[in-house]
Design a protein around this ligand. Structure first.
Ligand SMILES: *Cc1c(COP(=O)(O)O)cnc(C)c1O
Length: 390
């Protein structure tokens, strides 16, 4: 069989459907996968550039932003690029950033500040607790040179939901810009950019939109971007104003866009509107509930208490069973089309099951059948055991 034949065969038979329970990239629909297969086109053609305008407006619409007040700025890269862009571009000379940090993704924001040498405060809270608003306010009151507050909406490392509306209210009361890493909530958990007191939110196409890696975007306040024109220029490729300005003047990305990913994202957004914000959030909730039910039935403990969960990521603690092997369980599930993912906290060994992609509760029931088999075959006793009664 030639490669060409094989490809045609695969397309006719459909592509194997894997259930990704990792925190992105997420399971996509076949229609989104195929949307990438288009005639070759130079992205500088008018035909392509015109697609970008509608895309940018849709990205603002998804968070209910007023098109005059908010805009979407696209970048070619994975989601971390957005954090980089916002932090390096939106901090005026002589001011500092405050990172409200209760997890791995806010810790990444702190590292970005360190790499750029940005003056910043790393306000740390335990990974399984909500940030203390009184403490945030105290820090803002005592540090009038804080010009930017950043945090993560759904801390994907654990699945905790941070109170962004309240943190944003505080940031604004003390005259700071509020940037939020919404990569793992955008287009899943409904966001209202203005009501949630967010100046800048962000995501990448491979998470809630269920398209592919390569397209990332910041949705934010035009005036603040325009005011940042003369802020210190700390990056060339990742400068927010430069990219925004190029879009405003030409309608295009400054440098080569991820062409195929953009076609897929356009299809994914069509499917987003067809499903609807509320119905999609309900589906994610159904999936999340099925995940929690499955974990509960097996006796797994989780890191985040139920009322603080963002409803998209479950973070389960490894049982104290000498037979437990995440790798073996992972491999057994992976061979059967289900991907589970290790955790991202240093204090406890965890694994994560996420409700991100184009999946529904039946996929989770199917997963737990396989997962149960994996536990049985590797000799892990069910319900799982823990030594300490925490
Ligand atoms: C996935 C994710 C990112 C981006 O990670 P990349 O590996 O760069 O795509 C950033 N923030 C959060 C909260 C995420 O969940």
């Amino acid at each position: 069989m030639t490669a060409q034949n094989r490809m045609e065969g695969d397309i006719m038979e459909g592509i194997k459907r894997n259930i990704l329970l990792n925190p992105g990239p997420s399971t996509t629909t076949d229609s989104v996968k195929y949307a990438q297969i288009v005639p070759d086109i130079c992205p500088r053609e008018e035909e392509f550039a015109s697609l970008m305008k509608g895309l940018r407006e849709d990205l603002v619409r998804i968070v209910h932003g007023n098109q005059n007040k908010y805009t979407a700025v696209l970048f070619c890269g994975s989601g971390t690029m957005n954090i980089d862009v916002c932090l390096n571009s939106l901090l005026p000379e002589g001011k500092k950033a405050l990172i409200v940090n209760n997890g791995a993704y806010s810790a990444r924001a702190v590292e970005i500040c360190q790499y750029y040498g940005l003056p910043h405060m790393d306000l740390q809270f335990p990974v399984d607790e909500l940030p203390d608003l009184n403490m945030i306010e105290k820090v803002l009151r005592e540090n009038p040179d804080i010009a930017l507050v950043h945090t993560t909406h759904n801390e994907t490392g654990t699945g905790i939901l941070n109170p962004v509306r309240e943190i944003g209210e505080l940031a604004h009361r003390y005259g700071a810009v509020f940037t939020v890493d919404t990569t793992s909530t955008y287009a899943m958990r409904p966001i209202d950019i203005e009501r949630d007191n967010i100046d800048f939110c962000m995501a990448s196409a491979q998470k809630g939109l269920t398209a592919f890696t390569g397209l990332s975007f910041v949705v934010g306040n035009r005036t603040i971007i325009e005011n940042s024109k003369d802020y210190p220029k700390r990056s060339y490729y990742c400068n927010l104003f430069l990219q925004y300005d190029y879009f405003e003047k030409t309608g295009e990305m400054h440098f080569t866009p991820p062409v195929q990913t953009i076609y897929a994202t356009l299809q994914a957004i069509k499917e987003y509107w067809a499903e609807g914000e509320q119905a999609k959030w309900k589906r994610h909730t159904r999936v999340f509930n099925a995940i929690n039910k499955g974990l509960d039935e097996l006796g797994f403990r989780q890191v985040i208490r139920p009322e603080w969960r963002a409803g998209l990521v479950s973070s389960a603690i490894y049982p104290d069973d000498p037979s437990w092997s995440f790798e073996k369980i992972h491999d057994y599930c992976y061979e059967r089309g289900f991907t589970i993912y290790p955790g991202k906290i240093s204090t406890t060994n965890t694994f994560r099951l996420c409700a991100l992609g184009a999946i529904d509760e039946q996929d989770i029931y199917n997963f737990f059948e396989v997962f149960r088999e994996a536990l049985a075959i590797t000799g892990v006793s069910v319900p799982v055991r823990y030594n300490l009664n925490v």
